[in-house]
Each structure stands twice: as C-alpha cells, then as structure tokens.
Design a protein around this ligand. Structure first.
Ligand code: ADP
Ligand code: ZN
Length: 734
C-alpha cells in the first residue's frame, strides 16, 4: 500500500505528538511556520514541524491544511529545537509548549498584522494620475494627500486627519489603479534613548567579573554573579551587554516579574544607546507582538523581559542574563510549567553563548552547581560606591507590649530615623487589613465556602476576600452565625499597618506598595516616584518592596514577622524567607546613609535565623543545605509532583492511586513514590486536590519513569474524572 505524503503539525491540545495533514499544493512553507488547520470542527493555529513525512493512512482519512499563515517561520529552528527539548524534559505535549511560547497575538487564526502599521505611498503613475480621477473626487482628495506626504507616505491616522472616517474605500481604489502602494511596517516600540550615560569606573571586583564574562563571549559558559545587594551587579551586566553589542550581537536580559520598571529599561537604553525593547505582562497583545517582531528582525538589540521573554527569537543572540535568578517568578506555575532560568542555560548551551545568573541570594540549586563545577562563580563582596553593609539585629518579641505588631524598640528606632530625615521601609508579607474575621460571642470564623482558607478582611473596600479563589463578599456588620455585634478583626496585613502609620506619622507621608495598591496601570510607578522624591518617608508593603528598588534615603528596614518562613509547610519556605530578609535588608543604607535592619521574631534562637544573622546568607546556606541533603530534597534529589483535582476527593485520589500502580509496573528501583496525599490546601475553588510526589537521587530514573508513565496516564479511565498536571522540578509542594 502506498503511503500518503503529509505535513506534520504541532497543534495545541493534549496530544502526545504532532498530527498529520494533507499538504497544500504549490506551497513550501519552512518548518516553524504557522498553519491554519482544522481540528475537531474548529480552526486552530498549528506550527509546521516537517514537510517530508509519510502517513500510513489513505488521503481520504486525512484533512488538508487550510492556509499557510507565515512566510517567515514564527518559530526559528533554534527555538523549535528548544521547544522540543523542553517538551521532552517537562513531559508536556509539544503542541501546548509551542502554543504557550508564541505571542498571544499569533496563537489564534485571524489578523496577525497587530504590531504592524499600514502605510500608503504615492507611485509614479499616481503622480500623473490626477486627470483620471475627475469623476472620483474622494479618490482625488486622497491622492492629493498622498502627493503632499510624498516619500513619507500616510498611515491610517494620517488619512483620518486628512479625509475623515471613510477613507479606506477611495484609498483601496487608488491601490487598485496602481496609483498608490500599501506596505506593512513594524511598529518598533523602543525605549526612548535619552542622552547617553557613561559607566562609573568599575571597582576591581566588578571589572574582574565583567572581563571574565566578556572573554567568554562567542562560546558557552555559565556564570553565577554572586554579589551582595548594592554591589553593582547591574553595572557588570551593562558592561557585558556593551561588549556583546560591540560584536554586533544581541543581548537578552531576563528580570523577575515586578522588577521590570521603566527605570530599569531607561537605564539600559541610556547606557547602550541602541534600540531596547521590553517584554512583560503589562503589554497589550499588539504591543508585545511588535516588540517580538523588532527582536526577530534584529532591530531591537537588547531585549529586557520577564519569564516568557526567554522565547524571543533573536537572530544574533550573543549573551543571556538572568537577574535575581533565585526569584520564583521564573517558574511558570500553570499549564506548561517550565523554569525560564533553567531553560536559559539550555538555550545558551545549545546556541554556544555565555549565560550569567545574578543574585545576592542565589538559589541553593545554583550554589550546588558552582560546587559541582558547572557554573563559574564571580563574587562582588562589597557594596559599590560609598554604601556600607547594613547592621542586622534580631528583636525578640516575647513578653513585649506591641503596637500593631511593632515592638517598642522598633518604634523608637523608627522615630529616630524619621527625626534624622531618613526613610523607613516596613515589610509585612500579608496584604489586606486582617487575615481573620471572628466573632467574640460565638467563635465564628469567616471562611471561604470554596477553599480551605479564611477570608481576608479588606476594610477600605468593605469586603471579605479569598486570596486563593478570588471570591468576595461584603464585610458583615453582625456575626452571620449568631447575629451578635461583636465581630473582631484579628491579625494584621499591610492595609492595617498603613492605617496605624497614617494616624501616627501622617506628616511624613506613607506609601503602601502591594498587589492591592498597584493594580491600576501606572500606580506602582506613582508610588515609587513618591518614595524616590521623599514625599513618602514611610514605605510599607509586601515582597513587592523587596525587589531591586534603589531608595537611597532608606536608613531603617523593619521585618514585622520573620517567623512565617521558619515554620512554613513547604520545604523551600526557609530559603524564601532568608532570601527575602537579605533582599529587604539590602534596601537599607544604599547610599551614604548607614543602614539598620530590625527583624522581629519570637524564635531568636532558631538555628537558621542565627546563622543568617551571624554569618550572613552563606551561613544560612550551609545550614539549609545540610537539611536538604539529609532529606534527599533538591538540590540533592530531584522531584516531580503529579497533582490531581476533582469535584470529589475520591476522584482525585483514584487517579493518583492508578498512577501509582502504573509506576509500580515501571519498577524503577531508584525511584521513590510518596503519596497520594491531600494537598496542603485540600480544597480550593471548590475542587479537591491530591498529589503524588516522585523523588530520586539522580535525574535519570525519575525521567525514565515519567516517560513511561505519561502516555499511560492519558489513557487511564480515572483520568476522565479528574484534572491533572505534572510539575517537574516543582517550586513548591502546594
Ligand atoms: P545591585 O544590582 O548589585 O543591587 P546596582 O547595580 O543597582 O546594584 O548598583 C547599586 C548602586 O551603586 C547604584 O546606584 C549604582 O549606580 C551604584 N554603582 C554601581 N557600581 C558603581 C561603581 N563602580 N561606582 C560607583 N557607583 C556604583
Ligand atoms: Zn476561596
């Protein structure tokens, strides 16, 4: 039986592999081009993998491709190969990986001219064409406008201004007559290049780090730039980027989700004096596509972006930087659960270029990679310029009378700081007014009906909100259970702390920075501007405050509650807390004002805290690594978490029991299977959640077992009664 020539296409959906379609005659699209294909009665965008394949099926059983959507491939061969690698490693369907990494504007069938602008110009025929248009006054009008615009041409806005709203018909007619041309041009959303700034003279450690990276350009190398906060890591990045640009190459700089402020973009644009684009979640789909196109065309020489910018096509890529590499936002937490930090290393290795991971608080994984010789460590031990290391102090809360959670000692230091004209930063990792609403008469506690969680009171909005599923209701005035007028708001979040600070320190100006106060576009920039100008001398907020902002006048940092992280349910809780303490502490004493950091705790004797205080982050790391080694947890062991959720706990559990028995057949002796067990928050958004944890000392056995489990899992009958997902290298076990 003869075989049918087909095109192999990756389509979004839970298919283990690509699907076959009948080719379009007279078309020869390159692999990586997007195609419109039929799928289950719908039309979807797929990506062409291979045009030379043969199918066992007769042509009558196959559907034809409907259209080729790209002349140039949307996915370069490099990114297509990286996507395949990632699909393999994360055991995720290739079609879904590809759909996830394309800009949103390219994922749907339709007009992908977003990010491009139409421009019309007069032709030579048009210049002599006025005679022919005597009976077409509106075309004649449009032609006059085009003649006046000359070589610059007109875009839609230009015609709107010249002819008013209904210009498209006459303009189309001009193009049909050959009197005008229509072209699509990229809208290049480049950061404004202000006057070029010059680099400060680098100190010896910065110079050494920059030289080592620069000398490595042109081949694969992995560096961990381990520099204390304020040590001038960004200056090292800038020097390395400049060297990359001097070779005619492009640089990709990844930053954490809330680290990509306009100031950061402006700093790169001003220093490098080349087109710089930013790619982040705040962009509209069209803007994002335009930035992506500018990168792919090579116009954008530096791309600054959050997690998904890893997937930007860069024809002349020469260097990748991952700033704050320990940041959890590099891991995608839904759908295709990949780590952009880890894949940055893979991309660099495959493309043969250096990658720099920078942090003041490197992930334990990265430090172990240094020990193993996989990364070269570059150390910046001192703060740049005149700044000093801040002084850290534990404040024992036991037996103290607190005001809004603050100890008398902290309040005294705060008063002194403000009196001396400095700023203070108060960190509390809980937003809202109060985490618990309870009734003093009957003991009622307001809980979410859909989650195993308490509702958080948000006073200014008069609401109770669930921080897990988003459900909300009015803040009741009487107890919903016993009707007593004795409701209490217990505990505190940033909103409550702000209220207290405003009562006491109104004249000094208070800025609260958390997800609630920064939801509106531009709100964060406004608050940061207040902080920089000194209009707000008291800054209170969640971890959003900890990230990279440089406030030169902050002389005091207070950490209201350090104990959360010490006893968190997750194995990374302590690591996250230590990183946060060091990062927040790093906001103090950035310039000439000496910094002071007070950490409030009820467990001042805790080993992790003590070592963090006496020996710094390195001391904490030694203690934490010993714990991880004993448990066989990352970085000394490898994990994958299979999560299941269903309307009933039994259905979720049943799927994982079935998965466990498949794993039993796979019989991988080096693999440890833990569970199934309920997730730490068993019920969330009305669904019951269970999980199965896979662990092994080496990656090999874990991945071998997953490769055999996944195809079986998709066809289990239990898989139809529960949703599931696989998380390879999970960031948390929740
Ligand atoms: P990091 O990213 O390591 O926290 P930054 O690169 O933001 O540090 O630098 C911290 C501050 O020190 C910035 O204000 C920066 O302009 C300044 N700085 C960096 N390097 C130098 C240097 N070599 N000389 C003087 N000031 C410097
Ligand atoms: Zn909820």
């Amino acid at each position: 039986m003869s075989k049918t020539p087909v095109w192999r296409v990756a389509v979004p959906g839970p298919f283990a592999g690509p699907l076959d379609y009948l080719p379009l005659p007279h078309e020869a699209p390159p692999p990586g081009a997007r195609l419109e294909v039929p799928l289950g009665g719908r039309r979807v965008v797929g990506v062409l993998l291979d045009t030379g394949a043969l199918s066992e099926l007769p042509a009558s059983r196959l559907k034809p491709v409907r259209a080729v959507l790209d002349r140039e491939p949307s996915l370069t061969p490099e990114l297509l190969a990286l996507a395949r690698w990632a699909a393999d490693y994360y055991h995720h369907p290739l079609g879904e990986v590809i759909a996830a990494l394309l800009p949103v504007a390219l994922r749907a069938v339709g007009d992908s001219a977003a990010g491009q602008r139409q421009r019309w110009r007069i032709t030579d025929a048009g210049r002599g064409g006025a005679e022919a248009l005597k009976r077409a006054p509106r075309q004649a009008h449009a032609l006059r406008a085009l003649r006046a615009a000359d070589a610059a041409g007109l875009d839609a806005d230009g015609f709107d201004a010249e002819l008013g709203g209904d210009w498209p018909t006459p303009v189309r007619a001009l193009v049909a007559r050959g009197f005008a041309t229509r072209e699509l041009e990229d809208v290049v959303p480049l950061a404004p290049t202000s006057a070029r700034t010059v680099a400060p003279p680098l100190n010896a450690a910065q110079q050494d780090a920059a030289t080592r990276i620069t000398q490595a350009l042109g081949g694969y190398a992995a560096f961990l730039l381990d520099g204390v906060t304020g040590s001038g890591k960004t200056e090292v990045y800038l020097a390395a980027v400049e060297a990359t640009l001097a070779r005619g190459q492009q640089a990709l700089v990844l930053v954490p989700e809330i680290g990509l402020t306009p100031q950061v973009v402006a700093r790169f644009a001003a220093r490098c004096a080349v087109p710089v684009v930013a790619l982040h979640s705040g962009l509209a789909d069209g803007e994002r596509l335009a930035a992506w196109r500018a990168a792919r065309a090579g116009h954008a020489r530096v791309v600054l972006g959050t997690r998904s910018a890893l997937w930007t096509p860069l024809p002349a890529l020469g260097l990748i930087i991952v700033d704050e590499e320990h940041d959890a936002s590099y891991k995608q937490q839904e759908g295709f659960r990949y780590s952009a930090r880890d894949l940055a290393l893979v991309r660099a290795q495959r493309a043969g270029l250096p990658v720099v991971l920078g942090s003041a608080t490197p992930a334990l994984e990265s430090l172990v990679n240094v020990e193993a010789g996989r990364y070269t460590r570059l150390v910046l031990p001192e703060r740049a310029g005149k700044a000093r290391h801040p002084r850290l102090e534990l404040v024992d809360l036991r037996g103290r009378k607190l005001q809004e959670g603050l100890s008398p000692h902290f309040i005294a230091r705060l008063d002194a700081q403000l009196a001396s004209g400095g700023q203070a930063l108060i960190f509390l990792n809980r937003r809202g007014y109060a985490p618990t609403l309870t009734c003093h008469a009957c003991g009622f506690i307001a809980g979410c009906l859909r989650c195993d969680a308490r509702l958080v009171a948000h006073k200014r909005h008069g609401e109770l909100r669930c921080h897990h599923c988003g459900s909300q209701q009015r803040l009741p005035e009487r107890c919903p259970a016993c009707q007593a007028d004795e409701l209490l708001l217990a505990g505190r979040g940033t909103e409550r702390l702000e209220e207290w600070l405003l009562e006491r320190y109104a004249a000094h100006g208070v800025a609260r920075i958390d997800r609630d106060t920064t939801r509106r576009k531009g709100a964060l920039d406004d608050l940061l501007a207040d902080a920089h100008s000194g209009r707000a001398r008291l800054l209170v907020g969640t971890q959003m405050l900890a990230k990279g902002h440089d406030f030169p006048e902050v002389g005091l940092v207070g950490i209201v509650e350090a104990d959360h992280g010490l006893f968190g349910v997750d194995f990374r809780a302590a690591e996250r807390m230590a990183q946060l303490i060091v990062q927040v502490a790093g906001r103090a004493g950035r310039a000439e004002r000496p910094g002071e950091v007070l950490i409030q705790t009820r467990h001042p004797e805790h080993a992790l805290l003590r070592r963090l205080l006496t020996e710094g982050y390195a001391g904490f790391v030694a203690e934490a690594l010993a714990e991880r080694r004993a448990a066989g947890f990352p970085p000394y062991g490898h994990l994958a978490l299979l999560r299941a959720e269903a309307p009933t706990g039994a259905a979720a559990e049943a799927l994982l029991v079935a998965a466990r028995s498949v794993l039993g057949e796979v019989a991988e002796p080096a693999l440890e299977v833990l569970g199934p067990a309920p997730a730490p928050m068993e019920r969330r958004a009305g669904r019951h959640r269970w999980q199965l944890l896979l662990r092994s000392d080496a990656r090999g056995p874990l991945h071998a077992a997953l490769a055999r489990l996944m195809p079986r899992l998709r066809s289990l009958p239990e898989a139809r009664r529960a949703r599931w997902n696989l998380d390879v290298d999970p960031q948390d076990l929740g």
